[in-house]
Design a protein around this ligand. Structure first.
Ligand code: HEC
Length: 245
């Protein structure tokens, strides 16, 4: 915990990003967390199996080149991870998985200026599962996890399903999840490309998978609610693309 305090102090000194514009205004491209710094840099961060990813865009959403490092606390252990440029992405290799509790400070140089941003995620919780959700877990791990991750937090190939976009009451209702599980989905929320029709689900198993996704969402802060009319303007989750599903 001392290290966490040290990171918080370091972040305060470096002038960390402002969370103000983070949720509800900016859209992540690759399923990560996103924030905008005081200087207007949009920084997206994601944890993958065996590494981290970051993307830096300007306030007009144009990718910009950046360099630097990440200071990570993974399940309480501190790691310094150099970042390498890979196209529009920065990558850092380290022992981490999307299921881990992770706090990070990115210390970047963007156009010769120091920019820093902080992100954190909790460890993924697997709740006690009903028989149906338990069957869904097995099917999910066989058919969906290669892309969406065993922790449902996404990968370099697909977005996280533990995400406000997909929770109950969002623009992606049960029907959208069932349709994706049986037929795939056209790219419309992210920059991963289309989701192909999944191979290997038996008829009916999509309902098990749905039960598993809902149980995992509920246990990890995405319980969702029926959308109240007053909320709709504030939440960018629904969009016309979904009327056509
Ligand atoms: C080959 C990789 C891949 C596999 C396997 C895969 N998905 Fe996807 N999935 C994607 C991608 C890519 C998207 C993002 C599409 C977009 O941009 O909105 C996606 C999107 C989704 C969405 C949102 C759909 C929408 O219409 O907005 C759901 C729900 C989903 N996947 C569930 C599943 C389930 C359940 C399985 C297993 C039965 C599965 N996926 C297997 C790649 C995959």
């Amino acid at each position: 915990m001392k290290t966490l305090a040290a990171i918080a102090v370091a972040a305060a000194i470096l002038g960390t990003s402002l969370p103000a514009a983070a949720d509800g205004v900016l859209t992540a491209n690759y399923g990560g967390q996103i924030t905008e710094t005081a200087d207007g840099w949009r920084i997206e961060f994601a944890v993958r199996d065996g590494g981290i990813r970051a993307w830096v865009r300007d306030h007009g959403d144009k990718p910009v080149t950046a360099a630097g490092k990440a200071t990570l606390l993974v399940n309480g252990k501190k790691q310094d991870v150099p970042l390498k440029a890979d196209g529009v992405m920065l990558t850092g290799d380290t022992s981490v998985t999307p299921a881990d509790k992770v706090a990070t400070i990115l210390s970047l140089s963007v156009n010769g200026k120091a920019v820093s941003a902080r992100f954190s995620q909790d460890a993924v919780v697997t709740p006690p599962l009903s028989a149906r959700a338990g069957a869904g877990k097995a099917a999910f791990e066989q058919v969906c996890a290669a892309c969406h991750g065993t922790a449902l937090r996404g990968s370099d190939a697909a977005p996280p399903l533990l995400h406000a976009f997909y929770q109950l009451g969002s623009g992606h209702g049960d029907d959208v999840i069932l349709a994706a599980a049986t037929s795939g989905a056209k790219s419309h929320m992210w920059k991963f490309g289309d989701m192909p029709k999944p191979e290997g689900l038996k008829p009916g198993q999509e309902k098990d998978v749905l039960a598993y996704i809902r149980a995992m969402q509920a246990a990890n802060g995405f319980a969702g609610t029926a959308v109240k009319p007053a909320d709709q303007g504030a939440m960018p989750m629904d969009h016309s693309g979904h009327m056509k599903h």
